[in-house]
Design a binder for this molecule. Sequence first.
Ligand code: SIN
Length: 475
Amino acid sequence: MQHIKNQSLVSFMVSNKEQAIQVTNPATGEVLGYAPISSEQAILDGIEQANVAQKAWAALPAKSRASMLNRWYQLLIENKEDLGRLMTLEQGKPLAEAQGEVLYGASFIEWFAEEAKRTYGETIPAPSGDKRLVTIKQPVGVACAITPWNFPIAMITRKAAPALAAGCSFIVKPAELTPLSAFAVAELAYQAGIPRQVLQVVLGESAPLVGGIFTSHPLIRKLSFTGSTQVGSVLMQQSAHDIKRTSMELGGNAPFIVFEDADIDAAVVGAMASKFRNAGQTCVCANRFYVHSKVYDEFVTKFDAAVQQLKVGNGLEEGVNIGPVISAAAKQNIQSLIDRAIEQGAQPVSELQRLDGLFMQPVVLKGVTHDMDIVSQEIFGPVAPVIAFNDDEQLIEMANDTIYGLASYFYSQNIHRVWKIAEALEYGMVGINEGMISTEVAPFGGVKQSGIGREGAKQGIDEYLDVKYLCFGGN
Ligand code: SIN
């Protein structure tokens, strides 16, 4: 691949198209290359090897695992430009955003390299004088993950880094649409000294086949998944058979609320950051805007003016803020949500242009009501439906009226309202006067059908650790 300076990053690519997945650039349709597929037997062998290697990996002092993770982190930083370019080519997000994701992805490795040394147990005051009670934390064993195409690096490192830090071995199946970044970051892990059996990237004949192996293999003790609620539910059901631990980071339907006492200019900045990151293709993207009727017109006018400044195009081009959406099916789904909303009475604030290929013009829709289809569906595209509201109680009912509970956002300058609303929103994460909430130092995750478990922060490593209670008698 001629665009990449450090050719070791793409050394995994194969020319045998029979046992490979063809990867294309969503901006141009051009074939980028072929990522290797493992046979079912090779995946099963890999799991056996991961199981053997995990024992030696866990036996290393935490400091040794931490220094390899630190080296891996450094290598991501050193290769930020190449990794960013590779990501833009296969995923479509603008280069600056892709490089931002490399840093975001690297931040989880740095964070969990530090946390590796802090997996403390406890001493517990015993109920009788002859006993001493303590807990220790131990790695769950072989952990595996299935990751999405929208964050081809960060969603892997957010799982791999805590797993490796905890002393687990880790096998990931990346999205078939964006495997190149996954193999490239794994290559850097090997260069950092992490053994190939301890960290594996696998693609199989099909996603359900790999999912089936991950959820049924007795040596796999943990599955972490980021993706749709529908697939997450199937994986949880399959994992229930032999009681595997699971972490699920699933769909969202984030409300973005602007109260009448909000700083409207700040709310517009937050709305842009929250809605249009990755062309609207994140689980935490604002999905529906509720704006108090007293400030509705002002917000809509200013928001749309900012949206009209966005430049849509190939993410490698200078100044582009919105790349293509990931696939023709995704585009069709987003377009039909827009069309249906318009049929139901919504109006685009500015003229809506239909673009070629996988590109979509970002649009603000006004005159939207809470009962429209676009409000209850996860849009996953550059569309911002804006609904008017009049009182806080009605607002909270509408904001919580969803099966999802991942991220939510609101803007208000009234401290009493801020606490009340923050507590009333049934979401795992709340941005208050802030549209960008993701960071490695805070627990990321949802409630309701948005998932189970937390990623990042001090909580993230517990997903890969078992607590063992030791009772010392006869003292
Ligand atoms: C996601 O869309 O699943 C992750 C978004 C983030 O980490 O901010």
